[in-house]
Design a binder for this molecule. Structure first.
Ligand code: SAM
Length: 303
């Protein structure tokens, strides 16, 4: 079954938190701790590791890869916030959005905050990072996680992103948005449930897709927005390519940015600028990422 292909076969991915340490110091520490460094991976098979071996990832600069059963939850580096345990695919959105240090950024559906701390690391804690989430409990967890990760450029709010006013003066300099809204989670291999009812699933998918599209359209209303990255851990085109296609039809001022030419799995035709991820092609959970960019001033927006 799909479940057997799952969790225990995925590599253990570790993101080095550059707010607290460096890649070099982390690799040195791990070597002294009994792990065996194999250099940088160059192909997919290099991510299939045994025992204490580990490598640097070939796509994401701050990512280390270990064998599936490596546990870090009690490790010093984890407790000290030097490393973040985050699936490779979920490191894509912040990396691709690439907000400049000093810029103003929104993480629209942020808890528990792994992508928020990644954004802060890319911003070098400089600028403003507004993070919203509806769920107070998840936000509380997030606050602990961000503290441990040394994030200081953030402002958390227990707020519905759809009710955040894009014309409010405090958001006038927002140039980047990361939108990782609630989704079916159908890409999360260990959570897959084969006993569900297809009709109920269809209703759930349509209501998720309409929520996702509303969030996207809302994000694109921030007046100085340059780029918005959209991601889900769903494998359903209804929550991915179809949401993006509708959004582009409704917002002709935006276009898709072609992402990582060297990434092995693309969005479904014709949205091949987007990325997909899966166990078989990328050794990650199932995932989707699209990057939208505003046409520059004076450019023809009619297609
Ligand atoms: N980006 C997070 C991370 O990487 O750690 C994971 C986000 S999770 C996929 C989606 C989140 O959206 C949930 O925490 C949920 O509470 C939140 N959410 C759902 N509806 C929302 C809304 N209208 N406004 C803000 N947050 C919302």
């Amino acid at each position: 079954s799909v479940q057997k292909l799952g969790g225990d076969k995925l590599p253990r991915y570790v993101r080095v938190n550059t707010l607290k340490t460096t890649m070099e110091d982390t690799v040195d520490y791990l070597k002294r701790d009994g792990f065996s460094y194999q250099g940088q991976a160059s192909r997919l098979d290099d991510l299939t590791l045994k025992g204490k071996d580990f490598v640097r990832d070939m796509h994401l600069p701050d990512l280390l890869v270990f064998s599936p059963k490596t546990h870090f939850h009690d490790h010093f580096l984890y407790k000290a916030g030097h490393i973040i345990l985050q699936d490779k695919a979920s490191c894509l959105p912040a990396f691709l959005l690439d907000p400049t240090p000093g810029s103003h950024v929104i993480d629209a559906c942020a808890a528990p905050g792994n992508k928020t701390s990644h954004l802060a690391a890319i911003m070098k804690n400089k600028g403003k990072l507004f993070a919203f989430d509806l769920d107070a409990k998840r936000l509380a967890t997030m606050s602990t996680l961000l503290l441990r990760a040394g994030v200081s450029c953030h402002q958390l709010a227990n707020q519905d992103f759809l009710k955040v006013d894009p014309d409010s003066p405090q958001y006038k300099d927002i140039e980047y948005i990361l939108l990782d809204p609630s989704c079916s989670g159908s890409g999360m291999v260990c959570l897959r449930d084969d006993t569900s009812d297809p009709e109920k699933d269809q209703d759930r998918l349509s209501s998720l897709a309409s929520f996702q599209l509303r969030c996207l359209n809302h994000g694109l209303r921030f007046p100085r927005l340059k780029r918005l990255v959209y991601s889900t851990c769903s494998i359903h085109s209804q929550e991915n390519e179809e949401v993006i296609t509708s959004c582009l039809q409704q917002n002709p001022g935006f276009r898709l940015v072609p992402l990582l030419a060297q990434w092995p799995e693309r969005g479904l035709e014709p949205l091949t600028q987007c990325l997909r991820a899966s166990i078989s092609k990328t050794r990650t959970h199932g995932f989707f990422v699209a990057l939208l960019e505003k046409h520059s001033e004076g450019e023809d927006t009619v297609r």
